[in-house]
Design a binder for this molecule. Structure first.
Ligand SMILES: NC(=O)c1ccc[n+]([C@@H]2O[C@H](COP(=O)([O-])OP(=O)(O)OC[C@H]3O[C@@H](n4cnc5c(N)ncnc54)[C@H](O)[C@@H]3O)[C@@H](O)[C@H]2O)c1
Ligand SMILES: [Zn+2]
Ligand SMILES: [Zn+2]
Length: 396
């Protein structure tokens, strides 16, 4: 089969690789019809390179048709249309029972000290071959796959794999009071969808911050009050501008949908560049121990949120020893929640919004549909945020 394969920093190629096969009775094989390209893939493309191995198959947002099932898979059948959650979870352990599927104790990558295995996501998360491919082996298919109805085009359901439950969790964790205010930092797919969901679930005012014109424009057209980060000299000016619209206090909640690749910290950029030229194991240690991540967006969130408000971190962070402004966090009495999305937990809440009408606008959410063969240029376009690319979907 053909698959998107990581070869090195900023080097993905479409290779012919062996077809996956059933290994366990709980496996399934899915023929992929659509597969998203995510901001998380961009971390692998460059910054998380130390945790990648040449030959890794990328992708964690697939859907398709079940082609084969193992002997103990009874919840889905050959020919079913399914969406595959990006986290691999068993559905019956202590963590899964509490709706913490991203911490599943059956698939936890304990040798790395990490939570549930993920498709297409580095050694830290099990090095499981991903879904930007013609075929995908799905472990724990007796629980994970989400059966969806025939009819609407793939995009109606595809984002159940990641964007929708991730944004839903970001909003739930933000605990926005009814009619209250929330600021969403980063208006990529995750921030954009978080803003839509916040409005749908009854937030009063949604502010959005980014520095890419078409992302700001799209959020604005969905009723978000947008701020262009690049038009402010320093973070404090942006904080003041938003505070001025919230009675001087700051929003009730802030969602950080940026993560570790924030624009705004030249020093971190130098450290990222350093990890790119060091040998793999040294670079991996530096990434984990030396605190090379950019915390610009997280610091902005902490400064911006009102006293006693909530910061919901949905952007991905990586290093162990990044300093946090504990004095401010304690003094402002900030509530902080974060983590990988527990995809399966939110599916039943979201599904009713996908069956009749399309209140979240998922049908027109993707800006680009491209053939798998065009993956190399799609990755560089998404990283450069060129050609108006906000969400790219591969169609193998
Ligand atoms: N927690 C989870 O389960 C989960 C799931 C999916 C994605 N993610 C993470 O969510 C984050 C966003 O994903 P995405 O697909 O939307 O990626 P993206 O890269 O398209 O979006 C990030 C956006 O942040 C903007 N940005 C950069 N610096 C900023 C700053 N200082 N202030 C405001 N905006 C800034 C960028 O211009 C971009 O539009 C990534 O870190 C991704 O890894 C987490
Ligand atoms: Zn994703
Ligand atoms: Zn489990």
């Amino acid at each position: 089969m053909r698959a998107v394969v990581w070869h090195g920093r900023r080097d993905v190629q479409v290779d012919t690789v062996p077809d996956p096969t059933i290994h366990e009775p709980t496996d399934a094989i899915v023929r992929v019809t659509s597969s998203g390209l995510c901001g998380s893939d961009l971390h692998l493309y460059e910054v998380l390179a130390p945790f990648m191995t040449s030959g890794d198959i990328l992708g964690h947002e697939p859907m398709g048709i079940v082609e084969a099932i193992g002997s103990s898979v009874t919840n889905i059948a050959v020919g079913d249309r399914v969406v595959i959650p990006f986290n691999i979870s068993c559905g019956h352990c202590f963590m899964c029972d509490q709706g913490l599927q991203s911490q599943c104790e059956t698939t936890q990558v304990s040798e790395q000290g990490c939570g549930a295995a993920l498709f297409g996501y580095t050694k830290l998360y099990g090095q499981v071959p991903g879904g930007q491919a013609e075929l995908l082996r799905v472990p724990h298919a007796d629980y994970g796959p989400i059966k969806v109805p025939d009819g609407p085009a793939d995009d109606r359901f595809l984002f159940l794999s990641d964007v929708l439950p991730t944004a839903w969790q970001a909003v739930q964790y933000a605990a926005i009071p009814k009619g209250g205010t929330v600021a969403v930092l980063g208006l990529g797919p995750i921030g954009d969808m978080s803003a839509r969901i916040a409005r749908h679930l009854g937030a009063g005012t949604v502010f959005g911050v980014d520095l890419v014109a078409e992302r700001l424009a799209r959020a604005k057209s969905n009723g978000v009050e947008v701020f262009d980060w690049s038009s402010f000299d320093k973070p404090a000016d942006l904080v003041e501008a938003i505070k001025a619209q919230t009675g001087g206090r700051g929003p009730d909640a802030v969602i950080d949908a940026v993560g570790m690749e924030a624009h705004g910290s030249p020093i971190a950029k130098a450290s990222h560049a350093a990890t790119a030229v060091l040998p793999g194991t040294v670079a991996a240690k530096l990434m984990r121990k030396a605190g090379t991540d950019r915390l610009a967006a997280l610091h902005l969130a902490i400064d911006l949120v009102r006293r006693g408000g909530t910061v919901s971190v949905i952007g991905v962070y990586g290093a162990m020893t990044d300093p946090m402004p504990m004095m401010t966090m304690f003094d402002k009495q900030i509530q902080l929640r974060m983590g990988q999305a527990n995809v399966r937990r939110w599916v039943d809440d979201i599904m009713p919004l996908l069956v009749d009408d399309d209140p979240l606008g998922v049908d027109t959410f993707a800006t680009h549909h491209v053939a798998l063969a065009d993956a190399p240029s799609a990755y560089s376009m998404f990283q450069a945020k060129s050609d108006g690319a906000i969400k790219i979907v591969f169609q193998p």
